[in-house]
Design a protein around this ligand. Structure first.
Ligand code: PLP
Length: 377
């Protein structure tokens, strides 16, 4: 149906072979590939983090809040501009999500400044999101959280491979959370990862991921254990072997995929320079490298976004919105006042996401920007 999709998988024979090797090997869950994927991802992130593979980015976030003992007395600061999973997990543990605004119309991330305004005696943690793959100002945010004794969780769903001052996103906070959902830079279908430098948190995350069990089926199969204890209550948030096998191939492709995304983003920026739409994160003040997860643009206030989406659709071009605001959702009715986060409110109204994925061509970017410019006239 689409001439140019919003996103396409960067899959080939390697993923096919990796999945079929698992099927032929006859071991589907919590085996050697999970261990390999976890240690490869830890090495990729560096900074002595240890990683636990999970069933999704949402599972990673939920486990993080549980591991930090966040509950009904607590407030957790999250960005006003993010995917609903960040708010849902906070509500799921009984805590209250508090929305921090974007720094500006040029930098859509939360900042130390916008977070600080939300801190109260009840604040137990902050979840930051590196929106579209562009890193938040982590040195300032880490310093703020330390000053106030608040936990810091990085939702790095958009940012595998992104870094600030040479240190990867997902290694700055107490816990980093990744999503490997189909449309992410590293895709396995459904999957995720948590990362931490703290040995106690690592152990708790491992228990939370797998029923609190002290040994795994593989340990018993290999004769390393005959039974297990339940050290604490836990869930089943495990990843399976097929996804870990896909993840290993995708991790190998991540640096080249992100480089292709960077190149395509540069073309979008050049083509749209001087037009009525703006692309955020044009000049980042700190020394950072983006993962270029999506290509968000801000339409002028007077433009009807639905008409632009329709016009692009008529040209066979798929687009999307990142993100519809919390205050429009039935489950969050009356929870938030958009005037508390005016910059995010404006962005939620006028943001449009254009196609971006490693196998998109420069010609296709040109077609998208031409169609967009036509729609805007
Ligand atoms: C910023 C952000 N956080 C969390 C998630 C949740 O990840 P998952 O879909 O793997 O549960 C997503 C996924 O879309 C996301 O974009």
């Amino acid at each position: 149906m689409w001439k140019i999709q919003l996103f396409k998988l960067n899959f080939d024979e390697r993923e096919k072979n990796a999945a079929s090797d698992v099927v032929e090997g006859g071991w589907l869950a919590m085996g050697e590939r999970i261990l390999d994927f976890e240690s490869s991802f830890s090495n990729f992130l560096g900074n002595k983090v240890q990683c636990v593979a999970t069933s999704s980015g949402t599972a990673s976030l939920h486990m993080s809040l549980l591991a930090l003992d966040i509950g009904s007395e607590d407030e957790v600061i999250i960005p006003a501009l993010t995917f609903v999973a960040d708010a849902n997990v906070v509500r799921m543990v009984g805590a209250r999500p508090v929305l921090a605004d974007c720094e500006s119309l040029a930098n859509w991330n939360v900042s130390a400044n916008s977070i600080e305004k939300c801190i109260t005696p009840q604040t137990k943690a902050v979840i930051v999101v590196h929106y579209a793959g562009y890193p938040c100002d982590m040195p300032a945010i880490v310093a703020l959280c330390k000053k106030h004794g608040i936990y810091l969780i990085e939702d790095a769903a958009h940012a595998p491979g992104a870094s600030i001052e040479g240190k990867r996103c997902g290694t700055w906070g107490d816990i980093g959370c990744f999503s490997f959902f189909s449309n992410k830079n590293l895709s396995v279908g459904e999957g995720g990862m948590v990362s931490t430098q703290n040995e106690d948190l690592y152990q708790r995350l491992r228990y939370l991921r797998s029923h609190g069990m002290t040994s795994l089926t593989l340990d018993r199969h290999k004769g390393r254990a005959v039974s297990y204890d339940i050290a604490e209550i836990g869930l089943n948030y495990r990843m399976d072997e097929i996804r870990a096998a896909l993840g290993l191939v995708q991790l190998d492709k991540l640096p080249s995929g992100n480089a292709l995304r960077e190149n395509l983003t540069a073309r979008y920026r050049a083509n749209l320079k001087g037009s009525s739409v703006t692309i955020p994160f044009d000049a980042m003040s700190h020394d950072s490298i983006s993962a270029y997860h999506i290509l968000p643009v801000l339409l002028p206030k007077e433009v009807d976004r639905l008409k632009i989406i329709e016009s692009l659709k008529n040209n066979g071009i798929q687009s999307s919105i990142h993100y519809p605001p919390f205050w429009g959702f039935t489950a969050y009715k009356d929870c938030f006042d958009p005037s508390d986060t005016p910059i995010a409110a404006d962005i939620c109204d006028q943001e449009l996401t254009l196609p971006l994925f490693p196998t998109l061509t420069i010609d296709e970017v040109d077609s998208v920007t031409t169609a967009l410019q036509e729609a805007l006239t």
